[in-house]
Design a protein around this ligand. Structure first.
Ligand code: MTE
Ligand code: MO
Length: 365
């Protein structure tokens, strides 16, 4: 159903229009990971970014049920205890919001105004989604698998439960899990307590929180978060292309100390060790380059040995010999699929996947 006067197309900020009260309201609810949080292999809880479209629902692990039905041989329903008995796997995953970088685009799409730090890495423990689907038995007419959260709201006039889908092959092969633990403790309320889907390598919107139902359907899912939101569109009438996996990105821990308002940095001249993390949802990271002169010259960073999880970020380091004056640090990553992080990403109307290289202004004294 639709409510009120609305346009299913989002709005773009007018030339020179600052952040609106609506955007500020979203930014105050949904927080990013402070960049110094990049120093941890696994983001401590509370520092991991949070994105909630509607409200955090009131949920209770004691009576929680997850249903699994539709095009399956045997419809199933699980409580938490039954799910735990199905198996247990822990995976380290870097999640990033598809809207990360949106607020720096010109013109600015009006929505959650992320800068560059809507990211975090956690260890998620749960049961492989593929095991659940196999235990119910997929019928031959199965096409898509629809995941529904317990949260409910209105988005651009359309009332809905938060829903996303994967194709049957993505659901079976993506390594997705239905998780009840984050970093070894129950998933916190804002991250999906008591159960959430985690789809490694995909932008965050695929990892449905407060998961209460999995339905296998015999046609392609065309819910709001697929057909209207999360599409790369060049204009309001462009049908666009689906947003799926995470584009490569590298971020540095800003060196030295910050100015309170501008976040510009101060460091003393001499050796300055630079450190950061890089990730991609398409393939493992194989190269990171650092520039200390706003992208004129690029230098290879040292990459840490890859870990066991393909979709967790990889650490890198670079030794900078800082000379007095103002410098702009910038960094870019590439992965083994040949994707390279651009110095300036292409604009799209929803402001998705803006992996434009980070820029940090540093005053060397
Ligand atoms: N049920 C539900 N799942 C959801 C969302 C939501 O609003 N409701 N937001 C999605 C989006 S857009 C992102 S980026 C991730 C954020 O996960 P996090 O808050 O645990 O970092 O959750 C996804 N799963
Ligand atoms: Mo997101």
């Amino acid at each position: 159903m639709t409510i009120g006067d609305f346009s299913v197309r989002g709005r773009l900020a007018d030339t020179g229009e600052g952040i609106t009260p609506d955007e500020l309201q979203l930014a105050a609810r949904n927080h990013a990971m402070p960049l110094e949080g990049l120093r941890y292999d696994v983001t401590p809880p509370g520092l991991h970014y949070v994105l909630v479209h509607y409200d955090i629902p009131a949920t209770d692990a004691g009576d929680w049920r997850l249903s699994l039905d539709g095009c399956v041989e045997e419809p199933l329903s699980f409580g938490l205890t039954e799910l735990r008995a199905m198996g247990r796997r822990t995976i380290r995953v870097t999640l990033e919001c598809a809207g990360n970088g949106r607020a720096t685009l010109q013109p600015r799409p009006i929505s959650q105004p992320w800068l560059s730090e809507a990211v975090g890495t956690a260890e998620w423990t749960g049961v492989p989604l593929a095991d659940l689907l196999r235990s119910a038995g997929l019928r031959t007419d199965a096409v898509d698998v629809v995941f529904t959260g317990a949260d409910h709201g209105v988005e651009r006039g359309v009332e809905q439960d938060y829903q996303r889908a994967l194709t049957v092959s993505e659901a079976l092969d993506s390594g997705a899990i239905v998780a009840w633990e984050m970093n070894g403790t129950p998933v916190p309320p804002q991250h999906g307590y008591p159960l959430r889907l985690v789809v490694p390598g995909w932008y965050g919107m695929a990892s449905v929180k407060w998961l209460r139902s999995i339905e296998v359907i015999d046609h392609a899912f065309d819910g709001f978060q697929h057909a209207v939101a999360y599409r790369f569109r060049t204009g309001p009438d462009d049908p666009g292309r689906a947003v799926t996996r995470i584009e490569p990105r590298a971020l540095l821990v800003p060196p030295g100390f910050p100015d309170f308002m501008s976040r510009h940095r101060f460091v003393a001249a001499g050796p300055v060790p630079l450190f950061g993390r890089a990730w991609s949802g398409w393939a493992p990271i194989d190269r990171v380059e650092v520039s200390t002169d706003a992208g004129v010259n690029w230098h290879p960073a040292r990459l840490d040995a890859p870990g066991n999880d393909d979709f967790a970020w990889r650490a890198f380091a670079y030794d900078w010999e800082a000379t007095p004056g103002e410098h702009v640090l910038t960094v870019r990553a590439s992965d083994t699929s040949g994707r390279e992080q651009p110095v300036e990403a292409e604009w799209n109307r929803g402001g998705f996947a803006n992996n434009t290289a980070q820029r940090i202004t540093v005053l060397v004294t």
